[in-house]
Design a protein around this ligand. Sequence first.
Ligand code: DHB
Length: 311
Amino acid sequence: MVSTHTTIGPFTFDNCLMNAAGVYCMTREELKAIEDSAAGSFVTKTGTLKERAGNPEPRYADTALGSINSMGLPNKGFQYYLDYVIELQQEPDSKNHFLSLVGMSPEETHTILKAVQASDYQGLIELNLSCPNVPGKPQIAYDFETTDQILSEVFSYFTKPLGIKLPPYFDIVHFDQAAAIFNKYPLTFVNCINSIGNGLVIEDEAVVIKPKNGFGGLGGDYVKPTALANVHAFYKRLNPSIQIIGTGGVKTGRDAFEHILCGASMVQIGTALHQEGPEVFERITKELKDIMAAKGYDSLEDFRGKLTYID
Ligand code: DHB
């Protein structure tokens, strides 16, 4: 029997596929649709201290090769998502979940995380260090000193299972430097990658999204090779206690298979979920299981991280 069962820290999941933060996760209704789908879990829209309207529309566009977005962190405020995951965890056969969070400043991030620490929530937390779309706010994890400072402070009070959502890195020295910082902390996971920030898509003579004169985060086919490189780079560099979630360019079972080969323990789907809706999980799960069956693999452990190189 082929299974796509997986674990992250002490949590088990019947399926390794789930949504990527930002897609199908803004409201309870959307989250419920993922909960009721073939996905193994959901992650919430990144919740900030206060509710946010986000950037002006149009702010998301599908393209032939993927998507571009500059949402600007629209969300209902972290408490809305915290209340919902606490409510769900009281149901007997609830899945395990990921609560995505970040403040608009380090101080706000600590205020939020202290509230989550004090709450009844027993699931996973994904700290988003990589939003590319808020004007004037750089992607936090491109600033190694600030990232180190935030994590150092967080782990002085936070004891629940926490991972971080990373932007893509593009240089071997940056993989080395980032991994050296992450290895200092009891992270449960890192999630590679967020969108490739600040791309520009043009149709006829015009940009396709309104914020930032059309600049926005890329997802879909554009990003898969970068995502795979980041998953594998961190799989090779991080302490084995820090697991990898692979995100970027997954629209087929083969794409998910490649993320797992690179070392991913869980695989998130953004652009393809936006394009197809929650039925995408059933399709890609079947495609992944068919590949595993053809290769004689029963479980993800049979091939996770076992990417082969040319001698
Ligand atoms: C948004 C986009 C991201 O890639 C992210 O990590 C967080 C928020 C957004 O624009 O809403």
